[in-house]
Design a binder for this molecule. Structure first.
Ligand code: 13P
Length: 270
């Protein structure tokens, strides 16, 4: 969507935090390229100019949908950011089945999810691999959305802060402070993902504060204040507002509720 003067609508800076908000839709392995086009068209139709001024809206479809959505967003001058769910850190070569950060950048991708808990648990991605992916995304002038979060067992054992600290520090250690302020970190407690039981706003905010504290201790206060922190895990239109009101959080990473354009529009507008 563009303004009356034909300019793209940019999200306004949140006066309380000095950062812009981001709501990202992680479609996971759902919606083929034809369904993706329909969903994005409907979402575009439902949203109003004020929604795009409130926050950046980033759509993360499966890789095979990216080219179709790139063409749709460009040709209809839609105001969505295009996103990806993963990438590989090498630029090219004999890595069957992988997609490089550079390839995504060529498709106009702006934000790339890295280290989602499903990648960590199902595909055995470790902190070292995730750190390489974060660097590769920055090197291709895109923004990593680094996912971190503790499992139910780790939470039960009182290890939440330790896990967040380990995951964040491993991922950012080798990133230059010049670009690190552009990082987005999504706090996604594993027990809250797809469970229908979100974290409380207080727990999500505390997670956000721990993450910002780790970045400050490794890099600087200035960098930590620039990084945007999202909450993800069973976010719906019924609870999105409370999370967005927390000054520790800059937005949301949404799974299930982002697949239906009515639900996702309601979640943004809430
Ligand atoms: P749900 O919103 O379906 O719980 O998924 C969260 C998530 O994993 C987003 O990355």
């Amino acid at each position: 969507m563009v303004s009356k003067k034909g300019e793209a609508l940019l999200p306004k800076v949140n006066a309380r935090t000095g950062r812009t908000r981001l709501i990202a839709a992680n479609w996971k392995m759902n919606l083929n390229h034809l369904e993706a086009i329909q969903v994005v068209q409907k979402l575009h139709f439902k949203l109003r100019a004020s929604d795009y001024e409130y926050c950046e809206i980033s759509i993360h479809p499966p890789f095979v949908d990216l080219r179709s959505l790139q063409l749709l967003i460009d040709s209809d001058r839609m105001n969505f950011s295009l996103g990806a769910q993963n990438c590989y850190f090498e630029a090219k070569g004999a890595f069957t089945g992988e997609v490089s950060a550079q390839m995504l950048a060529k498709l106009g991708v702006r934000n790339v999810i890295v280290g989602h808990s499903e990648r960590r648990s199902i595909f055995k991605e470790d902190d070292e691999l995730i750190a390489k992916k974060v660097k590769a995304v920055f090197d291709s002038q895109m923004i990593p959305i680094l996912c971190v979060g503790e499992t139910a067992d780790e939470r039960g054992n009182g290890q939440s802060a330790e896990v967040l600290s380990r995951q964040v520090s491993a991922a950012i250690r080798s990133v230059s402070p010049d670009v690190l302020g552009n990082l987005v970190v999504a706090y996604e407690p594993v027990w809250a993902i797809g469970s229908g039981t979100p974290a409380s706003v207080q727990d999500a905010s505390e997670g956000g504060d721990i993450i910002r504290g780790v970045i400050e201790s490794i890099k600087s206060k200035e960098v930590s204040q620039a990084v945007r922190i999202l909450y993800g895990g069973s976010v719906t239109s019924a609870n999105s507002r409370e999370f967005l009101e927390s000054s520790s959080l800059d937005g949301l990473l949404v799974g299930g509720a982002s697949l239906d354009p009515d639900d996702f529009a309601a979640l943004i507008e809430a």
